[in-house]
Design a protein around this ligand. Structure first.
Ligand SMILES: *Cc1c(COP(=O)(O)O)cnc(C)c1O
Ligand SMILES: [Zn+2]
Length: 399
């Protein structure tokens, strides 16, 4: 294996942090979490300076991981396990079944620890280490815990993972293997988040919860940069994203804005489609009711553990990005996910997480209704490997 790549940057283009809701500015050289108004902070860069070297040509020879986008990331020595630069597969056989000639699967299951959570955690742990954090803590209903635990291990830092007692066994096992402290609670990820919030000050934990620090978004936004690079400087027409906390959706939209500010793309945007599970669909509910914020979704239940987020902190951001991109939101059932997952696997050789399979269901629905035109370029995000979900897949074969 090659050494984690260190990208040579003379100094970072990171300038400050800005509240996504009220616009209040914060010092990026200090540990920061939420704005005083309670909303997430976003990292802002000197994009004029970044644009001088940020070109398709100059990117070509860089390390094949997300740290290749050094101009638009914090400049610290990365904690890297080779995350990012995942395959963009032209899914011709699945496309024929869906009725789309230009259907692509971005296969995030090939990331370290088997999910795109690796991207966010690589960036968050890198920055936390630089800011002097000792112990990292996060709630998780699935893949975030394993990713945090792995990057904490790679950085030589302690990790505390708080998860619902019914989290899939592979997600519990990986955290234990990486040497993290695992706390299991009878409840949902929202209860686990409360536990972290209530204990972090006393225990000295650095809170890495979804959107409660600004850098997981920075790691995940690189999915947007990769699409731009892999489509040779163009963006697709439609992106299907299985939405839990919405970090990747927020991140990609941020990346597209940054690309425009650097003069690399125009004003057109991919239409973003948030895909959720019927058993936990707060964003879809709010979208259908034309609301700008979401209500807590009661009795959240789905095999797609990454979508079991009943009260996402970034609800207003997600909904406004769906609106601005002229996208939409779709809910699918667990059974549909399992069925579509088998279709994706048997046609393309990709065993997806149920979250990824959910996007296949949604693509069938929106191609069938004419919301997508047959010639349009469409990307489905398979956000994780199916190999960690043996309990869920077992059900598909028992029936
Ligand atoms: C966490 C997770 C999601 C949801 O990601 P967000 O960016 O928080 O919306 C989707 N799929 C998988 C496999 C996940 O682990
Ligand atoms: Zn604010």
């Amino acid at each position: 294996m090659s050494q984690p790549a260190r990208v040579a940057t003379t100094s970072s283009n990171l300038i400050e942090l800005e509240c996504s809701a009220c616009g209040k500015k914060y010092d990026a050289s200090q540990e920061q979490h939420l704005c005083t108004c309670g909303k997430p902070l976003l990292a802002r860069y000197d994009l004029k300076r970044a644009a001088r070297t940020f070109l398709l040509e100059t990117l070509k020879d860089r390390p094949r991981n997300l740290w290749r986008y050094a101009e638009v990331l914090p400049g610290d020595p990365p904690v890297s396990l080779g995350e990012g630069m995942t395959p963009l597969v032209h899914a011709k056989r699945l496309g024929a079944s869906v009725g789309l000639g230009n259907l692509y699967v971005k296969d995030e299951g090939l990331n370290p620890t088997g999910s795109f959570k690796a991207r966010g955690m690589s960036a968050a742990v890198t920055r936390a280490r630089q800011l002097g954090a000792k112990a990292l803590a996060a709630p998780t209903a699935g893949n975030a815990g394993g990713a945090l635990a792995a990057y904490a291990a790679a950085a030589g830092m302690a990790a505390v993972i708080v998860m619902p007692a019914d989290t899939p066994s592979a997600n519990v096992m990986e955290c234990q293997a990486f040497g993290a402290k695992v706390v299991k609670l009878n409840g949902l990820i929202s209860d686990c988040g409360k536990f972290v919030a209530e204990n972090k000050d006393r225990e000295g934990w650095y809170d890495v919860s979804t959107l409660k620090e600004p850098y997981r978004v920075e790691g995940k936004k690189t999915m947007g940069y990769e699409l731009w690079e892999q489509f040779a400087g163009k963006l697709p027409h439609v992106i299907f994203y299985p939405t839990g906390g919405g970090v990747g959706l927020i991140g990609m939209c941020k990346a597209f804005d940054e690309l425009e500010q650097m003069g690399r793309v125009g004003a057109e945007r991919p239409r973003m489609v948030a895909v959720q599970a019927e058993g936990c669909a707060p964003i879809v509910k709010a979208w259908e009711a034309h609301q700008s914020s979401a209500q807590f979704f009661p009795n959240a239940a789905t095999i797609a553990s990454g979508l079991r987020v009943p009260g996402p902190l970034g609800d207003q951001l997600i909904l406004s990005m769906l609106r601005q991109s002229r996208g939409t939101a779709v809910a699918v059932t667990d059974n549909e996910m399992l069925h579509a997952g088998r279709e994706l696997a048997s046609l393309e050789g990709i065993l997806a997480a149920p979250e990824g399979a959910a996007t296949v269901v949604a693509a069938h629905i929106l191609a069938g209704s004419g919301w997508i035109k047959p010639h349009e370029t469409v990307v489905l995000f398979n956000t994780g490997t199916g190999y960690k979900y043996s309990e869920a897949w077992q059900k598909a074969f028992e029936a």
